[in-house]
Design a protein around this ligand. Structure first.
Ligand code: NI
Length: 138
């Protein structure tokens, strides 16, 4: 952990009230923690925007009876095996599977993987959770 610095900022009373309501509703213990979280979120968004090395997870929901879709998703994952750290497969119901594909690598390549997965016909849902390797974030 690095040394703490104190900063003083000026903002409109109404904006501060809104911020205080937000941090209360979202469970932040202090303004400092809420501000740090906002800054880190922005830094992570920049890492993704600038195509840095990032980490994340792609969630996929599909019906495993749809065999051609299952094969297609598997093929795509093998094409991008260099990015895939781990895959967690959960049988969420009789028909549905939920898969978490954990990824690490260049943001642009991960986006290409997501585009390919999204193009597979029959997916019930997909979502990308964008996070960081933590290397550039304090
Ligand atoms: Ni399953």
């Amino acid at each position: 952990m690095s040394e703490l610095a104190r900063v003083s900022i000026s903002l409109e009373r109404r904006l501060l009230d809104q911020f205080d309501r937000l941090l209360k509703e979202e469970g932040y213990p202090t303004r400092s923690e809420a501000v740090k979280d906002l800054i880190r979120k922005r830094l992570v968004a920049r890492e993704w925007g600038k195509g840095r090395d990032v980490a994340g997870a792609v969630a996929l929901v599909y019906d495993h009876h749809h065999r051609s879709l299952v094969n297609r998703l598997m093929e795509i994952q093998h094409d991008f095996s260099r990015l895939i750290v781990s895959v967690q497969h959960i049988h969420v119901s009789h028909d549905s599977c939920l898969e978490f594909v954990i990824v690490k690598g260049r943001a642009a390549e991960i986006r290409r993987l997501v585009t390919r997965l999204r193009s597979a016909k029959g997916l019930k849902h997909h979502a990308l959770m964008m996070t960081t390797t933590g290397r550039e974030i304090s």
